[in-house]
Design a protein around this ligand. Structure first.
Ligand code: EAX
Length: 324
């Protein structure tokens, strides 16, 4: 009897300890430093989801777990469960992901929201499942702009021979090759490489150029807006499917709300980042000759990297959704 009581007490206390500490821990990776677009989304997600459910979100940031490609691998292996990751690096695993960054696809935030939040964007999120990701939402990196240390870049002719770092993305490499530059794919961050002159140029949204103090090592900025870059906010698919239904709902809704919040943040601050970059002394070309850029990449949709049936199909859906 006594033994049974002790056993029961022990079992109860274990159960109690289990539920007290029984929060579902979510490890979430972003490559960037606090204050960056990815971190804004990740922190908002943590705040919302922890308030709504039995979750504890541990955010790993500042490249502590490696590059974005490495974070994607870790999510796939479930050593971390979630990530807020720039769209670019997805395309080595899911070719359809390269439709978002198709050059000069979007001309406004309004069309970004309509397409990504509409059926075309939602279809892309579903396509990620084949690679083991649950696509939850799109947050925003932003329209990407070119910087370099060599010379003002006004038209595509000025790009000849420029050594540019691109994301670890098949599309981005091909894009800059077509534009006439000399692209090298590299994970983020890249300050040292720019400082040492291993590369001359890079392209990123204004917030990134400012937060990473790239104005210290890049004199020239061209507002090229050549590509709209999202983050795809993902979870490990099996882990997500293993959650009880109500928890799945909470995770999904919380990330959607965090993404909406972060997109608004990104848009509210863009003009301010441009002003700050000018204040830091960058030489800005606000109206580069984008026709010269466009004409070099106009055949991209017919090239091999878009020739897979599923990728071409989704690209056409994106084109169609933009025209609506
Ligand atoms: O968000 O690798 C990149 O250029 C990304 O835009 C970077 O992670 C900053």
């Amino acid at each position: 009897m006594r033994h049974r009581t002790v056993f029961l007490l022990l079992a109860l206390s274990l159960a109690w300890a289990g539920s007290a500490a029984g929060k579902t821990v979510i490890k979430l990776g972003v490559v960037t430093i606090p204050g960056s677009a990815q971190n804004i989304c990740a922190e908002k997600f943590k705040e919302i989801v922890e308030a709504r459910g039995d979750f504890e979100v541990k955010i790993f940031h500042s490249a502590s777990l490696g590059t974005e490609s490495e974070l994607l691998q870790q999510i796939r292996m479930n050593s971390i469960q979630m990530g807020v990751i720039t769209d670019g690096p997805f395309d080595t695993m899911v070719p359809e992901a390269r439709v978002i960054s198709y050059p000069f696809l979007f001309d406004s935030f309004e069309s970004v929201d309509r397409v990504l939040d509409g059926p075309a964007g939602q279809e892309l999120l579903l396509r990620l499942e084949r690679a083991g990701f649950k696509g939850l939402a799109f947050s925003e990196n932003g329209f990407r702009n070119l910087t370099n240390s060599k010379r003002p870049i006004h038209s595509a002719q000025d790009l000849a021979g420029l050594k540019i770092r691109v994301m670890e993305s098949i599309l981005h490499k091909e894009l800059w090759r077509l534009l006439g530059a000399n692209p090298t794919p590299m994970g983020w961050p890249i300050y040292t490489e720019l400082q040492q002159g291993t590369i001359d140029a890079q392209e990123n949204p204004l917030s990134v150029i400012y937060n990473y103090r790239l104005f210290e090592v890049q004199k020239y900025l061209s507002l090229s807006s050549h590509v709209y870059s999202s983050h795809i906010d993902v979870a490990n698919l099996q882990w997500f499917q293993g959650l009880p239904e109500p928890d799945r709902e909470v995770v999904l809704r919380s990330m959607r709300e965090a993404a909406q919040f972060q997109r608004a943040w990104s848009r509210r601050n863009e003009a301010d980042f441009l002003r700050k970059l000018k204040d830091e002394g960058m030489v800005v070309d606000e109206h580069p000759d984008l026709e010269s850029f466009r004409s070099r990449v106009q055949n991209l949709k017919d090239l091999e990297i878009y020739s897979g049936k599923e990728t071409q199909d989704l690209l056409q859906k994106f084109f169609g959704a933009i025209r609506k």
